[in-house]
Design a protein around this ligand. Structure first.
Ligand code: SAM
Length: 215
């Protein structure tokens, strides 16, 4: 997702310091519930973008806590704005790199991870940068609870194929695999992301799966 540089956002996003956690000193591995004031399952989205998905999910599942990680502050600003406008109290947003997920969370702390329309990094030599590559899955496995899951959506068939193989090779059990979610998909409760709305409006197929860690 590319945005033209908007210098005003660097200042404007500071108004959302009750929603966005700017400093790594405020990151609380093992104690995230303190931010929310109650202990509930933690769901994390990697590459949150402008926040359509995370706000939709938080509204639909008020008994869960949601944390969105998005390293572009210029994009995250729009997600923070939606959280405030919709008065959602069960979301926090982190302007950090997903690569550091194992420093942001304690082992067994996350019930579910969402990866939606991540960059496909189509060149073979860049495969290790894909958010579903084994290098990342190893980290996700430490922070996910037993029985925890990754819910994954993409428009990219080759990335999907690659990811299914990576999930399986890393001990995840696949469920609800769909090769065309909006037409022949499993009956899943689907909240659309910004990219999903755009791609499906163009008639593109959306691929989706759930990958579970054994209990
Ligand atoms: C293609 S967009 C998809 C946005 C949204 N998930 C959607 O489906 O509409 C990918 C987003 O992930 C963010 N991103 C990519 N790599 C990231 C990383 N390592 N850590 C955090 N955010 C990342 C990008 O800045 C971008 O906003």
């Amino acid at each position: 997702m590319r945005l033209r540089k908007k210098p005003w956002i660097a200042e404007a996003i500071r108004e959302y310091d009750d929603i966005v956690i700017f400093s790594s000193d405020e990151v609380k591995p093992g104690h995230w519930w303190e931010c929310f004031g109650s202990e509930r399952p933690i769901h994390v989205e990697l590459g949150t973008g402008k926040g359509d998905f995370i706000t939709g999910m938080a509204k639909r599942w008020p008994a869960n806590h949601f944390i969105g990680i998005e390293y572009e502050e210029e994009i995250l600003y729009f997600a923070a704005k939606k959280v405030r406008e919709q008065s959602l109290t069960n979301i926090r947003l982190l302007p950090f790199d997903s690569n550091h997920i194992d420093e942001l969370f304690a082992p067994n702390e996350i019930a579910r991870l969402y990866i939606n329309f991540c960059d496909p990094w189509p060149k073979k030599r860049h495969a290790k940068r894909r958010l579903t590559d084994s290098r990342f899955l190893e980290k996700y496995k430490t922070v996910l609870t037993k029985g925890g899951a990754i819910f994954f959506k993409t428009d990219n068939e080759r990335l999907f194929e690659y990811s299914l193989n990576q999930f399986a090779a890393n001990g995840f059990v696949l469920a609800n695999v769909s090769l065309d979610l909006h037409h022949y998909g499993q009956q899943v409760d689907n909240v659309m992301t910004e990219y999903e709305k755009k791609f499906s409006a163009q008639g593109m197929k959306i691929y989706r799966c759930e990958a579970y860690l054994p209990v």
